[in-house]
Write a protein that binds this ligand. Sequence first.
Ligand code: BDR
Ligand code: CA
Length: 311
Amino acid sequence: MHRILLDVDTGVDDALAIAYAVRSSDLDVIGITTCFGNVPVDRATRNTLHVLERLGATEIPVAMGEAAPLFHPSKEAYPAQFHGENGLGDLAFPDPAGKPVSTSAAAFMVDQIRRYPKQVTLICVGPLTNLAAAILQAPEITTLVRQVIIMGGAVEVAGNRRMHAEANVYSDPEAAQLVFQSGAPITLVGLDVTMQTELKLEDIQRWRELNSDLAGFLADITSCYIEGYRQAYGDRTGCALHDPLAVAVAIDPSLVAVQPMVLQVDLEGVHSYGRTVADLRPRCTDQPNVNVCTSVDAKRFQEHFMGTLMS
Ligand code: BDR
Ligand code: CA
């Protein structure tokens, strides 16, 4: 089985990604690290521990990570429109019995990657602050990690948090730039492909009909997320599956086509701060640093996602 470390800012689609990864028979989730992003980091940690309780997977260690961008204070309030004030669709739930481990997310990443050289795939579906901190602590992890799959950025499509900037990269652009330039083997699952995926109300109705605690929980939190999408994008009747698609790429890379690119994060633009910028010129001779997903078999992915979470 394929060893996975998940880095999350648990929100709704992060919760779906955790459930999908834990339920996948192809993946062995060896730990989850948390970051600020959709919600403050203590809330992301509480949400993550709760999701693991719902999954009956409390043996998976959770390490709490960074509370703010590495090099400057957070710029913005948290995006309640999609994930609710509490990050899980404002569903009330008791405090989890479990606690995070005593090491920080960055130290936990470093320990696990050193312990299993060339075996760990890191799936990052929040701001890249924890991974940047880990690379600053132990730069050699960029050669020891098997693969880094990142949900973030937008190369040829519009942004979502800002006109050009995707939320995870925008939340800590300097950290993202540090990670992209680190030499780690990166696959970028950006809005170019994640916005082609969709989970509809009919799909969550299928979860409700299962009459299981987990499926009912996933349906409850996702209905808020779908409503956020309906309000933000009038033409959509479902939500995008951003974070679950990053997990899917670890399970079955043939779901996407990738193109090696030279990729930078804009750290100075007035209107484009946090934008991922790829050098698409045919004569670009620089060494590509990121494999960017350019197309996805959305139907096959959605069937696999639903099949995994219906069983
Ligand atoms: C990303 O931003 C967050 O709101 C989601 O959880 C996802 O990781 C999409 O841009
Ligand atoms: Ca996320």
